[in-house]
Design a protein around this ligand. Structure first.
Ligand code: EPU
Length: 340
């Protein structure tokens, strides 16, 4: 396994932004990961694990320590009667896994079609779209504890999933490198058509197959999100949808009728950050090389020469405007890596 110096990271991210990695390695197997971890520990280097680079903003000054790109591939399944347990490598491209499942008529992840990135990233972030989250189908995760060198299995509960959140983004979980995910997929798929875009798409149509759902999700995503077509650099939704109490929502809706809100647990309402940004006048706006997509206000775009600093400044201008107008704080969904 080769360990390279000073490797530009921008091409490894969908934002197409980021300075160099001090050291960089690619691991195709558990033994290569262990070898890199040993090297990093011996040289007292921090490790940053890179998957598909689709939800990160890397500093223009780059990343110190070792950037480890995971390329563990492969998918396999065990038949369990009414369902299958599919084990997929962390470096596998997420959408390839969805295509594979849909081809076999294994249901549960079709609504998560065309989400860019790898399986490892999908677990870290608990990806979600069109009424489904990864946690709805996740059975367990195999991970390497880089402190002890042990491989362990975490149950779904042990992963502590939340909205775009998991244990892997918090202190203890930061010692774990996700190696593979085990998904519980149904052999008799139950279509999930609850999200408004899908309800509209399938109006007056009978219960669709998961093949049709995948087709619909791909069409909807392509029409709304320039991402993942990669014409420009983006990382999908830049902000999380803010979750507020139903009391605050009632007050807000009095001031701004038409504000969208979805119930999100007891006494909680999830607002649409895209709508708040659009109503604050930012949709389609551009400053220099960075801007807000014309099609979807939650998507920030690098038009070519954008730097991490430009994106950060631009995002904070949007955040201040939204807070001034609605009194709601926006939190980035994209993870910042290094000093920006
Ligand atoms: N909206 C606007 N203006 C816009 C965009 C959206 O008013 O420019 C309003 C629309 O009224 C729409 C509502 O916001 O009905 C919700 O928009 P959309 O259905 O596009 O979804 P979202 O809440 O903006 C979330 C996820 C997406 C996921 C979609 C579909 C987050 C942060 N984002 O976006 O995930 O694809 O739902 O389920 O939760 C991602 O995480 O990178 C991502 C793309």
């Amino acid at each position: 396994m080769r360990i390279l110096k000073n490797v530009k990271l921008a091409p490894y991210t969908t934002f197409r932004i980021g300075g160099p990695a001090e050291l960089f390695a690619e691991a195709k197997s558990l033994s290569e990961i262990k070898e890199s971890v040993k090297f990093a520990r011996k040289n007292k280097l921090k490790i940053f694990v890179l998957g598909g680079g689709s939800n990160i903003l890397i500093s223009d000054d780059g990343v110190r320590g070792l950037v480890l790109r995971l390329l563990i591939r492969g998918a396999d399944f065990r038949d369990k009667g009414s369902f299958v347990l599919a084990s997929v490598g962390a470096g596998e491209i997420w959408d390839k896994v969805v295509a594979w499942a849909v081809r076999h008529n294994f249901g549960g992840i079709e609504n998560l079609s065309l989400i860019p990135g790898t399986v490892g990233g999908a677990v870290h972030q608990n990806i979600g779209a069109y009424g489904t989250e990864l946690k709805d189908v996740l059975h367990s995760v195999n991970a390497l504890n880089i402190k002890s060198g042990e491989v362990l299995r975490l149950s779904k509960k042990g992963c502590r999933f939340g909205y775009r959140d998991s244990i892997f983004q918090h202190k203890i979980g930061k010692n774990y490198i996700v190696l593979s995910a085990v998904l519980r997929l149904d052999k008799k798929p139950k279509p999930k058509i609850i999200y408004s875009d899908l309800v509209k798409y399938f109006q007056n149509k009978k219960e669709p197959s998961i093949q049709k759902i995948r087709e619909a999700v791909i069409r909807i995503r392509r029409s709304k999100l320039i991402y993942p077509d990669q014409f420009f650099g983006t990382a999908g939704s830049f902000f999380k949808n803010p979750v507020i109490s139903s009391g605050v929502y009632k007050r807000l809706i009095g001031l701004h009728p038409g504000l969208k809100g979805r119930i999100s647990g007891r006494n909680l309402v999830k607002l649409s950050a895209g709508q708040l940004i659009e109503l604050s006048g930012w949709k389609g706006k551009r400053i220099g090389s960075v801007g807000v997509s014309k099609k979807h206000a939650l998507v920030l775009v690098n038009y070519g020469r954008g730097r991490a600093q430009d994106i950060k400044k631009f995002a904070s201008l949007i955040g201040s405007d939204v807070e001034r107008k609605f009194g709601v704080k926006l939190e980035p969904e994209v993870r910042f890596v290094g000093e920006i």
